[in-house]
Write a protein that binds this ligand. Structure first.
Ligand code: PLP
Length: 388
């Protein structure tokens, strides 16, 4: 019998390493510091709203672009925090997570052969999104220990084929919060090359040491060429609800909406209704969020120091890339992550899975610390027991 063939587009894509590590963590009963999801519950008012939404019978398709009350809530959020105005009817789209919003954005704007600039290390999903769109990813690396954006390298990555750049700030996995100067550098190139900036701002409220989030769309001349993608998963500890959104001028929104319309139709209807309650939480929720994550970051950095890992404290988001040279100079990052998960009992992600460029990230692993302090304590106990 002839072998059934599958799409050649997918060659080079493999199962998400992060999600594979979660499977391994479950299999080996390891404490899961690999995948970036909170192990604590969402605010009780959000859960109560979800119960109400089911009781109220919101069980059928939602309007494709998102439940109007939720789009209004997103509009108010973007206006209140960032002074950005989006039209509820045409410019805000609720998606199944940030992941879908980015895929829909790339598929909506790129043609086969176009290039999209992706900053390494990156969230695995970006490369898949480029591949699905038929676009060629062009990588610009951020290098340890400071992971600064090298604007000369960035300029070299742009060409007349560049259709878009994906910028994630606060950044997973480095924890960088890009400075205004770095962002202005990106913006200038986008304007010069007539490129779209797709920004992944899912960690916009997870910031340390008084840092402020600067949305790309707020920079001069960027509103009209930016698709701002955000999500509820991280800020409200709802990663399993699969709720994200894309805010962009009508022409760009229309393009991504076409993809969204024919792939997922809509995000889960009852959860969209419930999510309105998340946006109604008072400002004190966000202040507490920062305080809680600051405690988790301090705990994580202390653990890493005690356990002889070397790392730079993140400026935002809830990850830290750590070097493990004191533990092993012979195991590569995949082998070491495997050893950590199966022998030490703490699951982490191999650093090179965030890079495409050969050799980068090879001596690093990523820890996610969106966890209860007692979970981090338990991880510390295991790490100290196994420490060199
Ligand atoms: C930078 C970044 N973007 C997107 C996602 C995925 O978002 P969602 O669960 O809303 O699809 C993650 C999850 O870890 C992330 O870190």
């Amino acid at each position: 019998m002839n072998q059934i063939t599958t799409s050649s587009r997918l060659v080079g894509l493999r199962e998400s390493v992060i999600r594979e590590m979660t499977r391994k963590a479950i299999e080996h009963n390891a404490i899961n510091l690999s995948q970036g999801f909170p192990d604590f519950p969402p605010h009780p008012e959000i859960i109560a709203a979800a119960h109400r939404a089911l009781d109220d019978g919101f069980n059928q398709y939602a309007v494709t672009w998102g439940v109007p009350a939720l789009r209004h809530a997103i509009r108010a959020y973007m206006q209140k925090w960032y002074g950005l105005e989006y039209d509820v009817t045409r410019e805000i789209t609720v998606t199944c997570g940030v992941t879908e919003a980015i895929i829909a954005s790339f598929m909506g704007i790129a043609n086969a052969g176009d290039e999209v600039v992706i900053i390494e290390p990156y969230h695995e999903n970006y490369v898949a999104a480029a591949v699905f769109a038929g676009a060629k990813p062009v990588f610009v690396p951020l290098l340890p220990p400071h992971y600064e954006l090298d604007l000369d390298k960035l300029r070299a990555a742009f060409s007349n084929k560049t259709r878009a750049i994906l910028l994630n700030t606060p950044h997973n996995p480095t924890g960088r919060v890009f400075t205004r100067a770095e962002m202005e550098g990106v913006a200038a190139l986008c304007r010069e090359c007539n490129a779209v900036c797709v920004t992944d701002e899912i960690y916009d409220h997870i910031l340390y040491d008084g840092r402020q989030h600067i949305p790309m769309a707020s920079l001069d001349g960027m509103y009209e060429r930016t698709i701002t993608v955000g999500g509820l998963g991280k800020t409200f500890a709802l990663t399993g609800w699969r709720l994200g959104y894309a805010c962009a001028p009508a022409r760009l929104s229309q393009a991504l909406r076409t993809v969204h319309d024919f792939t997922t139709i809509c995000a889960p209807a009852p959860l969209q209704h419930a999510a309105v309650a998340a946006f109604q939480l008072p400002d004190s929720y966000y202040e507490q969020l920062k305080r809680d994550y600051t405690l988790r970051r301090e705990k994580m950095m202390g653990i890493l120091e005690n356990a002889k890992f070397r790392a730079t404290p993140p400026e935002g988001a809830y990850y830290v890339l750590a070097e493990y040279a004191d533990w092993s100079t012979t195991l590569d990052d995949f082998e070491f992550a495997d050893y950590m998960t199966t022998q030490v009992g703490v699951a982490v992600v191999p650093g090179s899975s965030f890079y495409c460029t050969e050799g980068l990230g090879k001596k690093q692993i990523r820890f996610a610390f969106a966890k209860k302090l007692e979970t981090l304590d338990a991880a510390e106990e295991r790490l100290l027991r196994a420490r060199p």
